[in-house]
Design a protein around this ligand. Sequence first.
Ligand code: GAF
Length: 411
Amino acid sequence: GHGLEFLEAPARPSAAADAAQRFREAFGAEPAGVWSAPGRVNLIGEHVDYTGGLALPLALPHRTFVALAPRTDGTVRVRSAQEASGWDGSLADVGPGRPDGWAAYVAGVPWAMAQVDGAPFSGADVLSGGFDVLVDGHVPLGSGLSSSAALECAVAVALADLAGVDLRDPRASDAVRARLAEACVRAENDVAGAPTGGMDQAASLRCHEGAGILLDCRDGTVRHVPLDLAAAGLALLVVDTRASHSHSGGEYGQRRASLEAACAALGVPDMRAVDPAGLDAALAELPDDVTRARVRHAVTEIDRVRRAAALLAEGREREIAGLLDASHESLRHDYEVSSVELDLVVDTARSAGALGARMTGGGFGGSAIALVEIDAVRSVAAEIGIAFAAQGLRAPQFLPALPSAGAARDL
Ligand code: GAF
């Protein structure tokens, strides 16, 4: 028999101490500190962050740690506990498309932070001095749980902290965290070349323990939404299909471009501007069935986020299940970003008794979430494991999703 693989997050203090120790081994020196940032799951509001929509993500307990020491010669040296190859380069060579590979998510951050106008960190010396950094990630890579945003955001809080910006009180520092999120998005869009929206960076930087965020992607404001699923007898099970996904591939950009073309055709700034009550009239103005399906997804999904947020505000957690199901069907059939593995998780979870289930994140592989009774977590996971084995698919991995804190200093 094959056991279920549950990926528990390591305790923060020991994970931070490990990162510091690995820094010493890699560089033969003491780090200035250790910082970490979480991966995320999105409860609902998928593929609408780049069209002025609403999203409701929460931070995972699984975090990426960076042990870092500033330099003064403009050099960046990156080592990783997970990747054999490191990266050494000069900040002067960082720019659009450079460096390529995962070093972009590190070296691109100071480059982008320097470009955020009027932020308290923009002119800091530490952004041009360079640094040595050891990355130790506990967010599974390529799982659609935002390992890349976690890496960017951990580097961003490290550099902001070293620049003297006080990020200790997550509430008081939210405005600065929003500016850091902007910088991380810029690093991802311009340096790494992935045309993503801003949901993942907002979740990683701005979430508080015990809550999700209702993110308004038009103006970047967040409302913290307390999420005590356990008190309602529920759990959120994350299922990593371990079928890899990628955003720099063309499909994500095509979806985004198709919504932009639809906005131009409708004469609206974003999909948020389309009233769900007037959806049919808007669809009639569009040129083809594929564009109509994409728009139907975006407009109905934004509306589902509104409904989910309203239910959660009234403590009616159970009732969001139908919205999760509807979100998945919309992503599967109208937006066409699901996959065989994601559909299998969702279908199996539902037939095994989950209240609701959906893919989460960018799709094309990656992870799904299921809202389940606490007592049913293991049996739902077991059914999913059996279904994957029956299809000859690689065993999925399960993660507990307790709403966790945003990026911060650890040591
Ligand atoms: C990925 C992107 F990075 C986010 O910006 C968002 O668009 C998401 O896919 C889909 O909701 O995680």
